[in-house]
Design a protein around this ligand. Structure first.
Ligand code: KIV
Length: 279
């Protein structure tokens, strides 16, 4: 507990200091109950715009809005006492200008109480990142595979297989690092490049599909919990198999409702009569 009676959560500065000391554990969270379950085990919780695909069934993250991120950011903040919480700036809310990015990052921070924002982009976003950081907004960078660019990048695939790709990711990561990001997501990137970036950058790298060479790892929680039965990219390890468990529970419920076995007497309220004396 702090002097104000609140639990002290990890800060973006403490996450940065973990570089070279301890691996950073990060998972996505979008709701209060999941945030409560993950909180003590994670250093960082990311309210990622992946929620558009995971929770809302969108094909890409492009349709996610700032209001959606604010609603889920607030929900996650109600469930945390330990982890540092970062909320994604969604597509179209920061790329226009550094002023637009500042305005929307301030909304995210003021309306959710989160510790910082994440945005995708390399060289082209460096000026914006520096602008935000200089004005008190911690920024989690994101280079390599950038899902918000799916329409120009031509799909989701691992990167760093050609010299041109490698050099571009290098330039992006260096620019984001020099702009002052407190940490950088490296997504979908071959191992040698992820290793070199991790060695070279001042900021810790948090990998997703970017090998064990990174300073930390992030996964979409629903992926690692096995909630999707039809989706398992190479970089995801299922630490649980909740999809079939949920489906079996729903089937058992349906059977009992149809047969009349549920609800039983133990789930049923009966009238409690008071005695005439009122005792
Ligand atoms: O949106 C997201 O959840 C992310 C992580 C997968 C890094 O950006």
């Amino acid at each position: 507990m702090s002097a104000h009676g609140k639990h002290k959560r990890l800060t973006t500065a403490s996450i940065r200091q973990m570089k070279g000391e301890a691996r950073i554990v990060c998972l996505t969270a979008y709701t209060t109950p999941i945030a409560r379950l993950l909180d003590t085990h994670c250093d960082l919780l990311l309210v990622g715009d992946s929620l558009g695909m995971v929770l809302y069934g969108m094909d890409t993250t492009v349709g996610v809005t700032l209001d959606m991120m604010i609603a889920h950011g607030r929900a996650v903040m109600r469930g945390v006492e330990h982890a540092c919480v970062i909320v994604d700036l969604p597509f179209g809310t920061y790329q226009e200008s550094k002023e637009q990015a500042f305005r929307n990052a301030v909304r995210l921070m003021q309306e959710t109480g989160c510790d910082g924002v994440k945005l995708e982009g390399g060289e082209e976003m460096a000026e914006t990142i520096a602008f935000l950081v200089a004005r008190g907004i911690p920024v989690f960078g994101h280079v390599g595979l950038m899902p918000q660019l799916v329409h120009t990048a031509g799909g989701f695939r691992s990167l760093g297989h050609s010299d041109a790709e490698t050099q571009k990711i290098w330039r992006d990561a260096i620019a984001v690092d020099q702009a002052g990001a407190f940490a950088i997501v490296v997504e979908g990137t071959v191992e040698p490049l992820a290793r070199e970036l991790t060695e070279k950058l001042a900021a810790p790298t948090v990998g997703i599909g970017a090998s064990p060479a990174c300073d930390g790892q992030v996964l979409v929680s629903d992926d690692m919990l096995g909630l999707f039965t039809d989706f398992k990219p190479k970089f995801v390890k299922r630490f649980a198999d909740l999809g079939p468990t949920v489906s079996e529970a729903a089937a058992a419920y349906a059977d009992e409702v149809r047969s009349g076995a549920f609800p039983g007497p133990e789930h049923t309220f009966q009238v409690r009569r008071q005695s005439p004396s009122g005792k």
